[in-house]
Design a protein around this ligand. Structure first.
Ligand code: HEC
Length: 117
């Protein structure tokens, strides 16, 4: 394998991994959801929450999940904010990358929500 070819492969591989990051990394999202204990309320499969008033997240649109998490991070401040005592505490610790990764993971799961993709 000559060096030009190796360099081309490296460039190609980094473009792919950058793309994966921007779109959210499912495996990293799974690890983050585990680390931050999201399952303790939303259910291990994210489709059977511990209380019927808690939302199902499995299979929800990724954009929607991202939007909801960012809105909770804003709390009661201004437009596009969502105030909830429980969730505001949960999302404080999440980085922007965590939000994207968790949204990618949750949307990849099979669920009973009616969403058209
Ligand atoms: C202590 C219980 C609890 C924990 C832990 C928890 N949640 Fe929630 N979550 C809730 C409740 C209750 C709501 C509904 C709040 C509302 O009415 O806005 C909610 C709402 C949400 C929503 C909005 C869903 C929708 O359909 O609009 C998302 C997304 C979400 N949680 C993700 C997470 C993530 C990611 C974590 C882990 C970082 C997490 N939750 C941890 C209880 C919890």
């Amino acid at each position: 394998m000559n060096n030009t070819f190796k360099a081309a492969i490296l460039v190609f591989a980094s473009v792919i991994s950058l793309g994966a990051q921007a779109a959210g990394d499912i495996e990293a999202g799974k690890a983050a959801a585990q680390k931050y204990n999201c399952f303790t309320c939303h259910g291990q499969d994210y489709n059977t929450p511990i209380d019927p008033s808690y939302p199902k997240l499995a299979g929800q649109h990724k954009d929607y999940l991202e939007h909801a998490l960012i809105a909770y991070q804003r709390g009661a401040k201004g437009p596009n904010s969502r105030s909830n005592a429980i969730m505001e505490g949960q999302v404080k610790q999440l980085s922007k990358q965590d939000v994207q990764n968790i949204a990618a993971y949750l949307s990849s799961l099979p669920g009973s929500l009616v969403v058209r993709k």
